[in-house]
Design a binder for this molecule. Structure first.
Ligand SMILES: C[S@@+](CC[C@H](N)C(=O)[O-])C[C@H]1O[C@@H](n2cnc3c(N)ncnc32)[C@H](O)[C@@H]1O
Length: 215
């Protein structure tokens, strides 16, 4: 990815996380991970929350009694995670564009909730190859990404720099997926679940794809 997009993304997310200095009691959990309960409960190793942001999914996992490793590019997000979740196994601050900072076969389950739709096709493919490296064979990736129908959150708006990838006014990139985009990105792996859903965590409803991939 061009250096400029990378810097703009970091600036943007540091700004968002600075504005939102909430405590644990105000974190909202939604139930999108429920269909994958068996996968989550079966994991013996800590689960990776990739692009953890405010920790909505970390909170869900901790409530289920799971161990969690949380990471994000934003130092502010990571600081808030340590404050709100002192029991967390590990936190790491790194940029996914530099690869995923873990040894191979580190995780049985990785959760990437709204964190894999900010990249060019080349970078997305690289991050997926890194996911394959850090997941055990047969490990699962549970993810949600923007849908092409997510008109309330920018679908089809801004300059299209690649098919379905838009540059926002803030100079950041945002991808909107359709079903065949998802099947193409994960063509080497087994898609066990793929469904367009509506999320109500934000003020305006959001259309996204919920996906479970077995590596
Ligand atoms: C929409 S938020 C989602 C946060 C959380 N997973 C959730 O669902 O509430 C996206 C997060 O991905 C992180 N992120 C975006 N690009 C990243 C990158 N290149 N490397 C690491 N984290 C990144 C952002 O800093 C932000 O915290």
């Amino acid at each position: 990815m061009e250096k400029d997009y990378r810097e703009k993304s970091l600036q943007y997310w540091e700004g968002v996380h600075e504005e939102q200095d909430y405590d644990r009691a105000s974190i909202r959990v939604d139930d999108w991970l429920e269909p994958f309960d068996e996968i989550i409960m079966g994991a013996e190793q800590p689960i990776l929350d990739l692009g953890c942001g405010g920790g909505n999914d970390t909170l869900y996992l901790l409530k289920k009694g799971k161990k969690v490793v949380a990471c994000d590019q934003s130092e502010r997000a990571i600081r808030r995670m340590r404050k709100n979740f002192p029991e967390i196994t590990e936190t790491k601050c790194f940029n996914m564009l530099d690869g995923l900072a873990f040894p191979e076969d580190s995780f049985e389950v990785v959760i990437a909730d709204l964190s894999l739709h900010y990249f060019t096709e080349k970078d997305t493919a690289f991050i997926i190859s890194e996911l394959q490296r850090i997941l055990i064979p047969g490990g699962h990736l549970l993810l949600r990404v923007n849908s092409v129908n997510d008109v309330n959150h920018g679908a089809g708006q801004g300059k299209e720099v690649e098919p379905h990838l838009y540059e926002s006014e803030a100079g950041t990139l945002k991808r909107f997926f359709n079903e065949s985009d998802i099947r193409k990105f994960f063509k080497e792996y087994k898609i066990d679940y793929l469904k367009e859903e509506t999320m109500s965590r934000y003020k305006l409803e959001k259309k996204l794809f919920c996906v479970c991939v077995r590596f």
